[in-house]
Design a protein around this ligand. Sequence first.
Ligand SMILES: C[S@@+](CC[C@H](N)C(=O)[O-])C[C@H]1O[C@@H](n2cnc3c(N)ncnc32)[C@H](O)[C@@H]1O
Length: 217
Amino acid sequence: MEASFWHSKWESQQIGFHLSDVNPFLVRYWEKLGLDGGTVLVPLCGKSLDMAWLHQNNHFVIGNELSKTALEAFISEQQLQVVHSNHNTLDCYSNDSYQLWQGDFFNLTTSKLPKLNAFYDRAALIALPPEIRQHYWTHLASMLEPGTPGLLITLDYPQQQLSGPPFCVTEDEVKQLSEGLFEVELLCREDVLAENPRFVKKQVERLDELVFRLIRL
Ligand SMILES: C[S@@+](CC[C@H](N)C(=O)[O-])C[C@H]1O[C@@H](n2cnc3c(N)ncnc32)[C@H](O)[C@@H]1O
């Protein structure tokens, strides 16, 4: 996906991926990471309420998002007071609870960040086409110290029945992408077809949501 694809989605507010509530899988499974506070990286974060939940659950949240519109909406909706700073290709909006980095994730490196204690990927890996996924996954892993955990949520459906995004990313693909990078554990697979009218309308036969715990090797 070109950056222009996402910018136009945000400008026209075609953001069907945005949930009006906190993701239930985050609430159900975050404790499986065994964290006690710390800094969480949320790549390709949109204006997800999941970031606010992570903040409420004692985490410092680092979000990254291509779209300025998305981050401005998050800042306004959460009524945050932030300080803006520019770092070449990236802009940062920060306060005591958040660092929100606007720009391409591939330009974000740990030299700009505090130590990361965990990551949370919902609709980030599955937003990317197959040819970019390994690059994304390797870049994410490069930002994490060994032992760092993360929660990943993907969708599994017959890709030939609907073109992404969101793309299908199976358990096998997660394991393949993670070889040498992450230990992978599938925590849950749930049939979510009935709650996704777009997939039902397109007569997609099966739609599962998968939740993984990952540990950086
Ligand atoms: C499917 S949305 C998911 C947003 C969020 N994770 C959520 O759960 O609502 C994917 C987001 O990734 C952003 N994005 C796509 N490519 C990106 C990149 N290279 N760097 C940073 N953000 C990117 C898009 O603007 C979009 O908001």
